[in-house]
Ligand binder design. Sequence first.
Ligand SMILES: [Cu+2]
Length: 736
Amino acid sequence: MRASYPIHFLSLKLDVIAKSLICKYVISIIKGEKKRMKNIVSRHCIVIAGLGLSLHVSAETELLPTITIEGQGTRPGQISITPESGGALDSALLLKRVPGGNVNRNGPLTNIPQYRGLFGNRVGVQVNGISVQEVGPNSMDTRSSSVPKSLVKSVKVYRGIAPVSAGMETLGGAMEINSRRSDFVESSTPEFHGFVNAGYSWADFGRYYGGMLGLSNDKHRINAGGNIEKGKNYKFDGDKTVRSSQYDREVFSVGYGFKPAENHEISFDYDFKDTGHTGTPSLPMDIDYIRTNIGSIGYNGKLADNLDVRFKGFFNRGRHRMSNHLLRDAPRPGGGNQRFREATPKLQSGGYNLHFIVPELHNGKLVVGFDGDVTVHDSIISDATNPMFFIDNFVDSTKNRYSAFSEWNGEVATDLNLEVGFRYTYVDMDSNQVDSTLPPAAALRDRFNNADRNQDDHLFDAAAILRYTATDSLDVEFGVARKTRAPSYQERYLWIPLEATGGLADGRIYVGDIDLDHEKSYQVEMGLDWHDHGAYFAPRAFYRYIVDYIQGLPSTDQPTNMVAGVIQPGGPGPLQFSNIDAHLWGVDLETGYTITDNLRADAILSYVRGKRADGDEDNLYRIAPLNGRVSLTYQRSDWLASLTYVGALKQDQTANFNGERETSGYSILNLYTQYRPSFHQYAQGLTIGVGVDNIIGTKYTDHLNGLNRAANPDIARGRRIPSPGRNVYVTLRYDW
Ligand SMILES: [Cu+2]
């Protein structure tokens, strides 16, 4: 229990909630978690989670783990939001509520996670314990958007340095998204639990319906669930619309778990996701479909008194089709003829995690783990009006990773905790030969096909974090880390200048470089966490230097520039992925104060600067300006109202290398109200949410929104896409 929230507060809260059915479930999880958490330390993370089912572990005065149950409001180290708030918006947008967290928005379901100025595959994303992969070479199906908000159980972002155990290639940080699944119950009589929900939002005529049914006893649990979400082009500045920002997605998931014996658990899960016609106005094409299948088998067990094992094996396959003339008019590059293009990418991936945990070792916990995955990407570009035309965008572009790590976390002296970890990852990448009917591409093709395309990287990661409990109300943290990232398959094997860049959405065409080196980041971090009498203040500062940071630089290669003149006639010329040095620094904080028993204020603030550290003076691309949010929450037993101010300053420290545009600052107000009746047994479990985002209907543009690529009378091409105007929404949910 945190110093700022005395024990009676927790028990009172438990008591109130325990009356409802869902809380039986919550309490049973807590019982289980407490045991498991006993020796885990206090990694200071932020959990965004939903509706009374959220759990949280945070640094605590004695550096023992605490678990806070929270359905509403905010706590230090935890931002807990009902999935209902915000209506049908994509779950990745929840990241904006984390200090240092943000999203690069390229479409309604295409939100790329960003943490402290680093984004894309620099940030590790695990979905249900799986390092998921994207099908699209332009990250149309971003990893952080892979679970619809209504099925999200929790989103966890590691604040500061992510532990090496959080995954392979977590250079910029790590996040975990977990879906709702059924849980074992105490009794042998099967119990039926689940939820249904629905929502509607006006700015995009968005609606969603979904739910999950679970049947479980103490030995078996099954669940089946799904969600449908659909919306039209969203409005801004009155009746103007963003074309195309419509969306359509269905997901379906089933799972089964059983306990063959005490302390052994086996689980099977299968998730199917079908994204239909969905706009990505900041990319050159829109989504026709993306269909992905993820299947996994998991084992959690105790091999000996002091040895736990966790295993997960999984496959992840996907098919995708995108088009530049489905939801928009085909473009006329350079004012010439209309160009009709489609692309059909394919993903085949699979992997495993095997972690051994020694709960008690020298006053701490030891984890030794082995992770690995194999990923193959293909993509062919074709022309609907010319069956002869094709470009092999990627052919068997492979990235295989085999990794081992060891991490120890425990007490080294009174009030002093150390977390230290090492990870080695072997990366093996390759691509098959390519071809195209585009005549000027022949030189590039032959050069690529004759090159040695097989590349190895040896990645060494290390992290050490010291946490010191200075007083009952003050924790101090100091961390250092070296983190690495191998190039992506796009950065290495994009042989012909195109916009297949993992969603950079800067309107520029890029070409890869097989010989790129991997990135090496060196980082220091300082954090304070002060909490006393219902107030908390937790600022963090960091500095990192990245050797061989991968970024585009103007191409000086004659054959590449010639092809670029055909692909993007009259354009500013292609950029080639190159190794430069970069550094980033910043401060982010969370703070809050309990004003009365019912009223509280919370705020977060994020600031990051990123610059090139070698060569020409330049800023890094797509870095958010100083931004923050302040909310005032009034809560009674059955209902809650929360008024939130969200604002950002202008961003004029933009990147020159790709001609990034500046953005002005903005301020908006959001209101959310929620009612959870407790007057009747059957009414318990019901949640009704009503809210308005951007109450005044301000026209504003988030700096991390992509540039417009589609014909639209309301937004010129090349201008940054505005954020939604006033959005009124209602949501309904019933848990049992
Ligand atoms: Cu795509």
